[in-house]
Structure formats: structure tokens, C-alpha cells
Write a protein that binds this ligand. Structure first.
Ligand SMILES: [Zn+2]
Length: 279
């Protein structure tokens, strides 16, 4: 096993707490590729591809669907397949083993809920761009979030020819208007202030402690998660930084001496890291 993996494992084992940052590269390691026109996309959305020219999952998530019946056919299929039928992958199991009994927090731009579905505590996860598993009033006329999984299962069961029957379409319980998936609500998105506050409390709790930032599959130019995490490490004297990415390992100059860059497949490296942590 390479020296850098062993050193990263040793750092993790000595940590007071672990802060996980994750983005699209982790989803890809789990077999969910938002940008790909691959076999999985063809299987789940081949009819939409043919009918509307849908190019990938992300395209559908940001799509201006002509009808609510079609919008909800897309989302309910997506949610049932990738959330309802999700079983924790090797990647998630390795990550849980690496964290072990340590305190942790997860900051992610992934909205498919796999951390919580994979056994991490929902109270210790902040999905910064929103979630697939909640919906809100599209306006919104009020600030409540509503679960999507059960309604999605009902919609998938009743869908015909890429459309959900009108009587099953989610409606706002207050104004009766259309609903929007939380992550797709754009500038109207209701912020998850609870998760934000819990994240800030976690950072206060481990201020000047041995905090290890474990960053998974985040592109080198990412400003939403990666840049703030590197700044955090620069400001925290005892923090360390581990980044895992395929072909895109980037570490800011001012934290090089406290960082470990693991270039390779996220799934392979998490597996190696788990073994190294246990040895
Ligand atoms: Zn409303």
C-alpha cells in the first residue's frame, strides 16, 4: 500500500473528528452519474430521451417540463430508483468503517440522500444544494418541506406513457399551487437553516482540535465546498486535509504540509484507506 494512504489512515485514526465533504465524484463511484448518457440512463429514461431529447439526469433535473404530469413522472422515477431502491454500496460501507465511532459531519452538494440512506445520521448531514427527498411549495407560500419518497412510489405505480395522472400530482397544502422538488427550486429554495446551524456548531466544537477534512470526488475548481474546506484547514492550526479524486487532486499551497492527495478511483482508495485504518 502506498505511503500516502498509510499516512492518511494514521491521521484519520488520530483525529478528534472527521468532516466529510463530497460531491459528484462520490455519486459516480456509487454508480449514479448525473451527466452521463449511459446504459443506466437509457434504461430508466430511454422514453424521455426519445420523446424530449433528454440528454442526462441533470438535464431532466433542471428541465422546464411542459406539463406537471411529465415533470413528476421524471422525478418520481428518479427518486424511486436512486433513493427508494438504494442499498448501501461498498463505498458507503467503507466510509462508515473509516469514520468508525468518531464524531463527524458531512457537507455535500449531492442531493440523493445516500449518506442518510447509507446509515449516517441525518442530523449530521448538510446537503448544501438541497435534496431530492423533500418538496416545497413552488412559490413558496410557506416554509415547510414535505417528504417525496412515498408520493413518488404512488406516482411511479400509476404513471402511464411518461405522465402521472392529474389526481396524483403533488399540490401545496396551503395555496393549492404546484410543488417543486427542493433541489430544483432554484432561487425560491427554502434554505435548510437547521443543518447550517448544526454544521456551524460542529465547527465550533472542533475549533483548535484535531479535525480531519476528508474530501471525496470534488472537482479542483469547486467553490461551493472545496474552497471553503481548504480555507478552514488553513485557519485551523491542528486540522489536516485528505482529498481523494480521480485525476483532479488539488491542494492549496498554504496547507500542503498538512495535506494528503490521493489520486485515483474514489471507491478503490476508500477501500484501501479502510484497510489501512484497521491495520
Ligand atoms: Zn403554497
Amino acid at each position: 500500500m502506498s505511503e500516502v494512504v498509510l499516512q492518511a489512515a494514521e491521521t484519520l485514526n488520530k483525529a478528534d473528528a472527521i468532516l466529510i465533504g463530497a460531491s459528484n465524484g462520490l455519486s459516480i463511484a456509487e454508480g449514479l452519474h448525473l451527466f452521463a448518457d449511459n446504459q443506466a440512463f437509457e434504461k430508466l429514461f430511454g422514453d424521455f430521451k426519445e420523446k424530449y431529447g433528454l440528454r442526462c439526469i441533470l438535464h431532466g433535473m433542471g428541465g422546464r417540463w411542459p406539463l406537471e404530469e411529465e415533470k413528476w413522472a421524471f422525478w418520481s422515477r428518479l427518486i424511486c430508483h436512486y433513493c427508494g431502491q438504494y442499498r448501501p454500496t461498498q463505498v458507503m460501507q467503507d466510509l462508515r468503517a473509516i469514520v468508525g465511532g468518531k464524531d463527524y459531519f458531512i457537507v455535500t452538494s449531492n442531493g440523493e440522500g445516500h449518506f442518510a440512506l447509507g446509515g449516517f445520521a441525518p442530523q449530521q448531514i448538510y446537503e448544501v444544494e438541497g435534496t431530492w427527498l423533500a418538496m416545497q411549495c413552488a412559490q413558496p407560500c410557506h416554509n415547510a418541506l414535505y417528504p417525496t419518497l412515498k408520493p413518488a412510489e404512488r406516482m411511479v405505480a400509476a404513471e402511464r406513457d411518461g405522465r402521472v395522472p392529474a389526481d396524483l400530482l403533488p399540490r401545496c397544502p396551503r395555496c393549492g399551487g404546484p410543488m417543486e422538488i427542493h433541489i430544483a427550486a432554484g432561487h425560491r429554495q427554502i434554505p435548510d437553516t437547521g443543518a447550517q446551524q448544526r454544521y456551524e456548531a460542529f465547527l465550533r466544537r472542533y475549533h483548535e482540535k484535531k479535525l480531519v477534512v476528508l474530501e471525496l470526488g470534488i472537482g479542483w475548481r469547486n467553490q461551493l465546498i472545496k474552497a471553503p474546506l481548504m480555507r478552514l484547514v488553513a485557519q485551523e492550526p491542528h486540522a489536516a486535509y485528505i482529498t481523494i479524486n480521480l485525476g483532479e487532486v488539488y491542494i492549496a499551497d498554504d496547507i500542503q504540509n498538512r495535506s494528503f492527495g490521493l489520486d485515483g478511483s474514489v471507491s478503490d482508495l476508500l477501500f484501501l484507506l479502510r484497510k489501512a485504518c484497521a491495520s
